[in-house]
Design a protein around this ligand. Structure first.
Ligand SMILES: Nc1ncnc2c1ncn2[C@@H]1O[C@H](COP(=O)(O)OP(=O)(O)OP(=O)(O)O)[C@@H](O)[C@H]1O
Ligand SMILES: Cc1ncc(C[n+]2csc(CCOP(=O)(O)O)c2C)c(N)n1
Ligand SMILES: [Mg+2]
Ligand SMILES: [Mg+2]
Ligand SMILES: [Mg+2]
Length: 287
């Protein structure tokens, strides 16, 4: 069985590791740092039954604005390419994406339309960030603390049938304001937790060449959300970041210290190795 992270290693061998080890890429244009990110979502793996087309548009925009936010950037624009199984779905999807963009300060500025047997949406986000506020997954240092914003696991709980968290799952809120405030406050590394805290800690560990020691008791849990869900389920779009102890609290950011950065290279929870699993795409065939 291979997953998307295995395939990313193939891509990384071709275009370079620095291009595949962050939520976004950064391109310098004159004095500006332009931030770019793209995501593909499709019906069978990302849009649970019961979502409206408006919510599908909203979620598609939110996942990409979340990546832009995780770099400390201000979002500018979003492009949405829709592979439609039914042509009439375009209105709801476009309205949802536009509303999400407007809420978070971006413009839905273009896209593409084609036929597709399974509803498939690709969103591409563009943002801008100053040199000093540009954040990546590469700056975590042993001795830093590691923190998350929001309450992870709610989207996962909804996927398992908890109705109270349905909106968390289908109308996720990218942490655009929080990402910017944390970047300005001087965090050392940052990413979003779209695929769950566990996988994100492994991603951060690989990019920063560090380890983590977190504690189950520190995980911020909403009612009815198990520590297991908080660690291993995705779709919450909070931010995972590291920083020196002196930086917190950051005014306007609701976050929780879940552990510390170590130099061991291992991701441990209460002394036990965290499983490397979360939300990922898998293929049965070997490559
Ligand atoms: N097919 C690809 N070709 C080139 N770069 C890629 C490809 N797939 C992913 N990347 C790059 O690799 C980096 C990591 O991608 P990944 O999809 O894991 O991150 P992400 O978008 O933050 O996660 P998520 O998919 O959960 O939103 C990103 O910078 C992305 O642009
Ligand atoms: C069945 C189901 N499981 C989880 C979610 C939550 N979710 C929405 S987008 C996303 C990650 C980004 O996607 P990608 O990694 O494809 O870019 C996740 C985890 C969902 N909506 N439906
Ligand atoms: Mg991301
Ligand atoms: Mg993404
Ligand atoms: Mg992706």
């Amino acid at each position: 069985m291979v997953d998307d992270r295995d395939l990313l290693k193939v891509v990384s061998g071709i275009i370079g590791e620095e291009r595949t080890s962050d939520d976004c890429c950064m391109i310098k244009v004159g004095d500006d740092n332009i931030i770019l990110s793209t995501d593909m979502l499709h019906e069978s793996t990302d849009f649970p039954r019961g979502m409206t087309d408006w919510q599908i548009g909203w979620m598609s925009a939110a996942v990409t604005l979340s990546d832009v936010a995780s770099c400390g950037a201000v979002p500018l624009a979003l492009l949405l390419a829709a592979g439609l199984d039914e042509p009439e779905r375009i209105s709801g999807i476009t309205a949802g994406a536009k509303d999400c963009c407007e809420r978070f300060g971006a413009e839905l500025a273009g896209g593409d339309i084609d036929f597709h047997s399974e509803l498939t949406i690709v969103t591409t986000g563009i943002g801008r960030v100053e040199d000093e506020y540009y954040k990546t997954r590469r700056g975590a240092k042993p001795g830093d603390i590691v923190c998350v914003t929001g309450t992870p696991g709610c989207a996962g709980a909804a996927l398992e049938g908890s109705e109270r968290y349905w909106k968390n799952l289908v109308e996720p809120l990218p942490a655009v304001r929080e990402g910017r405030l944390l970047a300005v406050a001087g965090v050392s590394s940052m990413m979003d937790v779209s695929d769950g805290i566990a996988l994100s800690l492994y991603d951060l560990s690989g990019s920063s060449c560090v380890g983590f020691e977190i504690s189950m008791d520190n995980l911020p849990l909403s009612p009815g959300v198990s520590p297991e869900m908080a660690l291993y389920s995705g779709g919450d779009f909070g931010l995972l970041f590291t920083c020196g102890r002196d930086i917190l609290p950051v005014t306007g950011v609701d976050c929780t210290v879940i552990g510390v950065v170590t130099d061991s290279g291992e991701v441990l929870c209460d002394g036990v190795l965290v499983e490397r699993r979360g939300y990922s795409h898998r293929w049965m065939e070997e490559i």
